[in-house]
Design a protein around this ligand. Structure first.
Ligand SMILES: [Zn+2]
Length: 468
C-alpha cells in the first residue's frame, strides 16, 4: 500500500474532515473467504471501497492489493496455496460458477444486477502516485487569467490544487469514482459503467458493467425505443429512434454535462462511443422539477478524463512535456444570429440592450486543434469546458442516422441546435456532418476535424440547457 501514498498533502481541506465510519457492515476489511455474501452485498462492498478511496484520496489509495495471491486474478492457481486468495480473488470466486475464471466477463445470476455482465480488464500494475503538478498549476493560472480578460464566465479558480499521475488506469479509476460521486450528490443517478478494482500479484483488475446496448443501432432494434416497431421493418436503414427517446437522450446528456462542468470536467474524447443506454426508469432533477425518464443514458470515462473534487483536480500526464501555448484557438469573434426568435423577443427593446442581449461570443479552434486537444487532455486544463465537449457529443449524435432522422422532426430541439452555430456557417457544417453520417466515421478524431472549422459559442451548454 505504501507505494500509493500521495506525496504532497499540504493545505488539504480534507485534513480537517473527520473520517466517518461506514455504517454498512459490508466493508472489505471484514471480508474472509468463508463470510457468506450474496451478489448485492458484494456490490455494496465494492461501493464502500470506492467511497473509502474518495475519503482518502489525498492520503493513500485504498485499492486492495496483494502481491502474494496464489490465484493470479482467478486465472490459475499456484500449487499448494489453496488458502492465500487475495480479497479481489475472493470476490471474483463468489461471482463465478466455475473454479477459475475462464473468460473475461461474468454474468450476474442473482439480485438487483441479475442478468448484467461484468467485464474484467487486466493491466500490468506499476508503482504510481498522484503528485502535485506545479507546471500544470502555473499553466492553469495563466490561462484562467487570459479567460478572465476575455470575459469568459468560467475559468479555474487559482486555489484549486492540481494533481497528476502517469498511470492512466489509476486516473480512469479515480475520475470514474469522483464523477459518480458528484452526480450522486446532485441526485442525478446516471452513472458511468465503472464498478471496482483490485491489484492481484502484478496486475490491476478493473471491473466494469458491460453496455446493455452497444450502440444506437442496437437500441433502435428494441421496439420500445423505436418509432417503427413493425417486424416487417427489418432493415436498419428504415428504423429510427422514437421522438421521446431522442428528446430524452438530449436532455439527459445536457443535464449530466451541465452538472459536471461545474466541477470542470473534461472527458477528453467526447463522442457517442462512450455513451451507455439502459432500459431502466430514472427520476432526476431538471430546473427545479423532477423528470421521470423511461430509460437512462450515462457517459463512460476515458483514461485522460479529469475533474475537480474538493478543491483538487486530478488528471493524467504521461510522458508529455507541459508547455504554455496560450489559449490555443485561431480566432475569437462577437457576432449576431438574427433568427426569428431574436427579432420577436427584441423588437420592443432599445438598441443598446438589444445589442447586449443578442451578441454571441464565439471561438474557432482552426489550425490549432492539435495543441488545443493536448492542452485539455494531457496538460490538465479545462479549456472552454462549457462548450467544446458538449458540442462534440452533439455533433456525434447528429452524425448518427438513427438519431438524426428523428431529431430533425423535433422542431423545438432542432431550433436550439441551429442557434448554437453561426448562421452563415450552418449549411457548411451540416454538409460536413452529413458526410460522417453517410460514411459511418463517427469517431472523435473526425468530429474534431469538423468542428475546428466553425465558430463555437462560449456559452453553448448553458444556452442549450436554458432553452430545453
Ligand atoms: Zn488474487
Amino acid at each position: 500500500m505504501d507505494d500509493l501514498i500521495i506525496e504532497t498533502v499540504n493545505n488539504s481541506p480534507l485534513k480537517t474532515i473527520e473520517k466517518q465510519k461506514s455504517k454498512s457492515r459490508f466493508v472489505l476489511k471484514d471480508l474472509t473467504s468463508v463470510l457468506p455474501l450474496n451478489s448485492d452485498q458484494i456490490f455494496k462492498m465494492m461501493n464502500n471501497n470506492n467511497r473509502e478511496i474518495i475519503e482518502n484520496i489525498l492520503f493513500r489509495f485504498e485499492i486492495p492489493e496483494d502481491k502474494n495471491c496464489g490465484y493470479f486474478s482467478m486465472k490459475k492457481k499456484t500449487k499448494y496455496c489453496y488458502s492465500n486468495k487475495c480479497k479481489g480473488c475472493q470476490i471474483i470466486s463468489r461471482l463465478i460458477k466455475t473454479v477459475l475464471l475462464d473468460v473475461d466477463n461474468i454474468e450476474i445470476y442473482y439480485g438487483k444486477k441479475k442478468g448484467k455482465i461484468i467485464n474484467i480488464e487486466r493491466y500490468r500494475y506499476f508503482k504510481n502516485i498522484y503528485k502535485k503538478n506545479e507546471i500544470s498549476q502555473e499553466l492553469n493560472r495563466y490561462i484562467s487569467k487570459e479567460l478572465k480578460s476575455l470575459k469568459c464566465n468560467k475559468y479555474l479558480d487559482e486555489n484549486i490544487d492540481i494533481y497528476s499521475t502517469e498511470n492512466k488506469h489509476y486516473n480512469y479509476i479515480v475520475n470514474s469514482i469522483l464523477v459518480n460521486k458528484i452526480l450522486t450528490d446532485k441526485k442525478i443517478y446516471l452513472y458511468n459503467n465503472y464498478l471496482w478494482s483490485f491489484i492481484c500479484r502484478n496486475s490491476i483488475n478493473i471491473l466494469s458493467l458491460e453496455k446493455e446496448y452497444k450502440s444506437l443501432e442496437e437500441l433502435v432494434r428494441n421496439p420500445y425505443f423505436s418509432d417503427y416497431s413493425s417486424p416487417m421493418v427489418k432493415n436498419i436503414e428504415n428504423k429510427k429512434l422514437s421522438t421521446s427517446c431522442t428528446k430524452g437522450i438530449l436532455k439527459q446528456l445536457t443535464i449530466i454535462l451541465y452538472e459536471l462542468v461545474n466541477n470542470f470536467f473534461i472527458h477528453s474524447e467526447p463522442c457517442i462511443d462512450y455513451i451507455n443506454y439502459n432500459a431502466e426508469t430514472v427520476n432526476i432533477p431538471f430546473k427545479k422539477e423532477n423528470i421521470t425518464f423511461q430509460f437512462k443514458i450515462s457517459i463512460n470515462l476515458n483514461h485522460y478524463s479529469s475533474v475537480n473534487y474538493n478543491k483538487n483536480r486530478f488528471f493524467c500526464n504521461f510522458h508529455t512535456n507541459i508547455k504554455n501555448y496560450g489559449i490555443p484557438i485561431e480566432k475569437l469573434d462577437i457576432y449576431f444570429n438574427k433568427t426569428k426568435n431574436y427579432l420577436e423577443k427584441n423588437t420592443k427593446l432599445k438598441f443598446e440592450k438589444e445589442y447586449e442581449e443578442s451578441r454571441i461570443f464565439g471561438y474557432k479552434i482552426g489550425n490549432r486543434s492539435e495543441i488545443f486537444l493536448r492542452t485539455i487532455k494531457t496538460h490538465g486544463v479545462p479549456l472552454f469546458n462549457q462548450s467544446f465537449e458538449f458540442v462534440c457529443f452533439l455533433v456525434s449524435f447528429m452524425g448518427n442516422k438513427c438519431f438524426y432522422k428523428t431529431f430533425i422532426e423535433c422542431e423545438h430541439e432542432y431550433g436550439i441546435w441551429k442557434g448554437l452555430w453561426r448562421l452563415e456557417e450552418y449549411d457548411y457544417l451540416m454538409k460536413d456532418i452529413e458526410k460522417i453520417r453517410n460514411d459511418g466515421n463517427n469517431n472523435f478524431k473526425n468530429i474534431l476535424s469538423i468542428i475546428k472549422k466553425y465558430y463555437i459559442r462560449f456559452d453553448a451548454l448553458t444556452y442549450f440547457y436554458d432553452k430545453l
